[in-house]
Design a protein around this ligand. Structure first.
Ligand SMILES: [Zn+2]
Length: 464
């Protein structure tokens, strides 16, 4: 032992490291040292190994190491246990699909189901390299979701289902607003982020037209007072602009700007149907946009024709990516973003690989207000990173690492994952939970939820 060296808890050397730091440095033969939950050194192997040693010195020569990826919009309940039950040829518009096929599945979850659903969603994310998620605000039993997700070692921001508006005649609107605001206050008090907790609550709103101004303003105030953010769905279809124009004579983003809600700690998801005025308001306010590519395609939002995401990026809007209720492998989402807008604009320069991978990492960290902690690999930041296994066909020959990350590889090559300095995935397996046990629980919960939802199984082909 050389006593001039600093002892690290873990040292990985000989890896190709994509840091996503300010200079976007890539180390072809790089090393990273972990001390506690932080990165204590990163750089060329020869330099790091000159100053650091560890009893856990890992040969990283088969790995590409990247920051942990960030999913900016996911429903950890409702979809993970039941999504595949939906037929893919529903002859109905989205409002009809929501009423007939989506809400019954969400509402059929009992507390145990939500815990299992969140744990399964977290496992799917970790196994494909996502270390941090922002939930979509459709949780019914928040304590159970926190419990389920926490088991896996993932980091997340979650919120319970809060609607302060009821469109039925005779609804007690004042009570609904009061209840909604109390729910937001209670969840943030119950699951604070102030102590560095991995799973914490944000005052998340479902969005669209589900909440009156009082609830939007309360959510923003709670977020500001507690150093948190808010998140909401907005304008996947023309129905949101139509509703706001009818109600307020303003488009949704214009109205949110009028009441003072837009800000750097606000993440709005979908934004497929925004006009020039709304785009400018998002850019001026620093509001974050969350693009969910698969959800947009499956939902036929029209983002390839009316979506303005390249123009939003050019205007300086921070764009992060989300899975919504679909495939949780975020590397597959970059495939779509990388290709969709190139085709839509007939311009191969749109959204190059380096830009889409930034959406998954540093942009996501900015949206969550965690850019000082995660999103890039730098000394003093948290040890949140992914080891992609290059001993696989999709990584060979490894010529352009960004092309592999954005186009050629996906989450199936994620070998190991570290969150807060803890190796939560090792050799393709979760370290903190038993995957087989979880799959059995998920299968039981899934059958029970579908049974309670009373949704029929529809197959286009005969099943025997
Ligand atoms: Zn959603």
């Amino acid at each position: 032992m050389n006593d001039r060296k600093t002892s690290a808890d873990v040292l990985i050397s000989g890896a190709k490291i994509v840091t996503m730091d300010r200079d976007r440095r890539i180390f072809n033969d790089g090393a990273v040292a972990i001390s506690g939950c932080e990165i204590s050194a990163i750089g060329p192997s020869v330099e790091v190994c000159e100053h650091f040693e560890s009893s856990q010195h890992i040969d990283g020569s088969r790995f590409v190491i990247t920051p942990g990826m960030i999913n900016g919009h996911i429903h950890v309940t409702g979809d993970p246990l039941t999504r595949a039950w939906l037929p893919d040829n529903i002859e109905a518009d989205f409002a009809e699909e929501l009423k007939r096929w989506v809400l019954p599945r969400f509402h059929a979850h009992e507390p145990d189901d939500e815990a299992v659903s969140a744990e399964l969603a977290a496992l799917k994310m970790l196994r494909t390299g996502t270390t941090t998620f922002l939930e979509a605000g459709t949780v019914q039993y928040l304590d159970r979701v926190v419990e389920g997700a926490s088991r896996t070692g993932i980091r997340g921001r979650v919120g319970c289902w809060v609607e302060g508006r009821d469109f039925t005649d005779g609804a007690n609107q004042a009570k609904l607003i009061d209840d909604a605001i109390r729910a937001l206050e209670a969840e943030v008090a119950a699951f604070p982020a102030s102590g560095g907790e991995l799973i914490a609550a944000w005052p998340i709103l479902v969005g669209h037209s589900t909440n009156p101004d009082e609830v939007w303003l309360a959510a923003k105030e709670i977020a500001d007072d507690n150093g948190l953010g808010i998140s909401a769905h907005m304008s996947p279809y023309e129905s949101d602009p139509a509703w706001f124009l009818n109600e307020h004579r303003r488009r949704p983003i214009e109205h949110l700007s009028d009441i003072g809600v837009l800000d750097r700690n606000v993440c709005l998801t979908h934004l497929a149907h925004i006009d020039e005025s709304e785009l400018n308001l998002l850019a001026q306010s620093g509001t974050n946009a969350v693009l969910c590519p698969l959800a947009a395609l499956r939902g036929a939002f029209g983002i390839s024709t009316v979506g303005r995401f390249p123009e939003m990026a050019a205007a300086g809007i921070n764009i992060m990516l989300g899975s919504d209720g679909f495939d949780l492998d975020m590397m597959r989402q970059t495939h779509i973003v990388s290709g969709l807008f190139k085709d839509a604009r007939r311009n191969t320069a749109v959204f190059p690989a380096e830009e889409t991978f930034a959406m998954l990492t540093c942009n996501g960290a900015v949206g969550l207000g965690l850019e000082q902690e995660i999103g890039s690999l730098e000394v003093g930041k948290l040890a949140d990173f992914v080891c992609h296994d290059t001993d696989r066909p999709e990584w060979q020959p490894l010529l352009g690492v960004l092309n592999h990350l954005a186009w050629l590889a996906d989450g199936r090559s994620v070998h190991s994952v570290w969150v807060n300095g803890v190796r939560v995935i090792d050799d393709y397996q979760a370290t903190l939970i038993d995957e087989e046990t979880l799959y059995a629980q998920a299968s039981r919960s899934s059958r029970a939820v579908i049974s309670r939802s009373k949704l029929p199984f529809v197959s286009p082909w005969p099943v025997y």
